[in-house]
Design a protein around this ligand. Structure first.
Ligand code: GLN
Length: 534
């Protein structure tokens, strides 16, 4: 195929229905039929990227290998499809306006009035077509963030309307809505779905395919009724029911022929069968997993979305180790030496989570001490790794009040310090050390055992680093620097070889784990836990 086909995914009725999962599932199914795909997300908020957003607002900030801070849905796209996304895959209203305003300041609009239509919508269209212009993809799946009816989503839907018209048979709209069950009436209600389609139609958009989100079986009657009232063919209305794992969604969509229907809408002969063997094996293995492990996530938030990729990586690694993981959120702010055992003594493993700012860091240090002295398998990620270093400095090296300059700018022992290149930076958005960097592993280390090679690449999102002047002191006392960036000499990994599994990484291994290719470090962590337990 030389002309990329566009699949737009919109959502109605409510947010959090799982548009990202549907977009990712469509991607998986088309890949399983041998097509080349990519997935992009357009977010209507004004922030340039979610990098400056609090996790309570927007969940985790996902980082691409090219160093872009993006929406967490890009994490789903990569985990479901193994594609690599980048800066072009996540566009916000902020980015669109920034481009248009910069152009206006340069005088490029030649004195014309700059308006939402056509200037903003044209820039949205340009960005929507950007990945397709490269010619590498058969299908470009485009998720529009937000809910139909939101004021800020209007320019995106207008751009999509124009593109659908211009692209003709090369564009298809999949609309996700919700069918609630009203317990008092004992009935499933289709009216919200009908209204959300009306809303779309009012904007000049007719959905080609409807995915109805539901917590129970809808039955053919309900699906047909919605199709009938919304001008959508019967077999183009499918349900997306609550499932034990999001990874079953592609299978359920395939059972209802969603991918075949999409191909038909494009006029493509459906002469392939999706090859979902590996995917199905993963699901079966997950169902059959017999062992159970308990892992604490010591962090600032007790919020699933804040640690999305970590949770997914733990669950993937558990599946491949034939076990089920129970994760327990432990808010680090509550932790004290006197209560730490209550939280961690029954855990099989502990993850000390990434984060920013001082709140909860002393709790993370107490958790690191407890794990180190009780030999609990521990993975420290980014800020978590930095807290392991501080704990070791204070309690083993005797460097009283050692800290990171982020938490205490006048610490007497700055074992974690601001990176040199960060010192002149004044703007916070998008200026951290971001994206994939190489790391050389020490042969014989836990990290080397995990990855099975000496040179790896993982993604980063931080400003502070291990202070190299202290390195010798740490290594002599038993905390080794086992991963080093070959270009800058930055310490990427610390571990204590005398512990069962105590590894801290400056990078974020959670961004690269996928369903079919789980991250090696999470695999090794869980494997060690299992070997200890059984
Ligand atoms: N706040 C720390 C830093 O900037 C750690 C960042 C993180 O955990 N992602 O270095």
């Amino acid at each position: 195929m030389n002309q990329s086909k566009y699949i737009f995914v919109t959502g109605g009725v409510a947010s959090s229905l799982g548009k990202g999962i549907i977009a990712a599932s469509i991607g998986r199914l088309l890949l399983a039929r041998g097509y080349k795909i990519t997935i992009q997300k357009f977010d209507p908020y004004i922030n340039i990227d979610p990098g400056t957003l609090n996790p309570y607002e927007h969940g985790e900030c996902y980082v691409t290998s090219d160093g872009c801070e993006t929406d967490l849905d890009l994490g789903h796209y990569e985990r479901f499809t193994d594609i690599r996304t980048g800066s072009a895959n996540n566009v916000t209203t902020g980015k669109i306006y920034q481009t248009v305003i910069e152009r206006e300041r340069k005088g490029e609009y030649l004195g014309r009035t700059v308006q939402v239509v056509p200037h903003i919508t044209d820039e949205i269209k340009r960005r929507m077509l950007q990945l397709g212009a490269v010619g590498d993809y058969d299908f470009i799946i485009t998720e529009i963030g937000g809910t139909v009816g939101d004021i800020e989503g209007l320019p995106f839907l207008e751009a999509m309307r124009q593109l659908k018209w211009e692209l003709g048979h090369n564009a298809v709209c999949v609309h996700l809505t919700y069918v609630p069950y009203i317990a008092a009436a004992g009935e499933l209600k289709t009216k919200p779905s009908q209204h959300s389609v009306k809303e779309l139609q009012g904007l000049g958009l007719q959905p080609d395919i409807l995915v109805l989100r539901t917590d129970r079986e809808l039955g053919r009657g309900v699906l047909d009724k919605v199709g009938h009232f919304c001008n959508v063919e019967k077999d183009c209305v499918v349900q997306s029911i609550d499932l034990p794992t999001i990874y079953e969604v592609p299978i359920k969509m395939a059972e209802q022929n969603l991918d075949a229907v999409i191909l038909r809408k494009f006029g493509i002969a459906c002469n392939t069968v999706p090859n979902l063997g590996d995917w199905q094996d993963f699901i079966s293995r997950r169902e059959q997993a017999s062992k159970e492990i308990d892992i604490a996530l010591v962090g600032k938030y007790d919020l699933q979305d804040a640690y999305k990729s970590i949770l997914e990586c733990l669950s993937q690694a558990a599946t491949y180790n034939d076990s089920k993981v129970r994760t327990h959120f432990v808010q680090s702010e509550k932790l004290m030496r006197s209560n730490i055992a209550d939280y961690l003594s029954s855990m099989d493993g502990v993850v000390i989570c990434p984060g920013f700012g001082q709140r909860g860091t002393e709790g993370k240090i107490i958790a690191a001490e407890y794990c180190r002295t009780h030999d609990i398998p521990t993975l420290g990620i980014c800020l978590g790794m930095q807290m392991m270093v501080i704990e070791f400095a204070r309690n083993v090296l005797g460097l009283k009040n050692a800290n990171s300059r982020e938490m205490n700018p006048s610490t007497p022992y700055n074992v974690i310090d601001l990176m040199e290149e960060q010192k002149s930076i004044t703007q916070i958005g998008g200026t951290m050390r971001l994206g994939a960097y190489s790391c050389d592993l020490l042969i014989g280390s836990k990290a080397y055992d995990a990855y099975g090679k000496t040179r790896i690449e993982e993604r980063h999102r931080h400003r502070y680093e291990f202070s190299n002047p202290y390195r010798q002191q740490f290594e002599q006392a038993g905390m080794l620097c086992t991963g080093i960036n070959p270009d800058s000499g930055l310490v990427e990994i610390v571990e204590i070889p005398t512990c069962r599994w105590y590894v801290g990484v400056q990078f974020h291994p959670e961004y690269t784990g996928t369903v079919l290719n789980p991250n090696p470090l999470f695999m090794a962590f869980v494997k060690n836990i299992i070997s200890k337990q059984h």
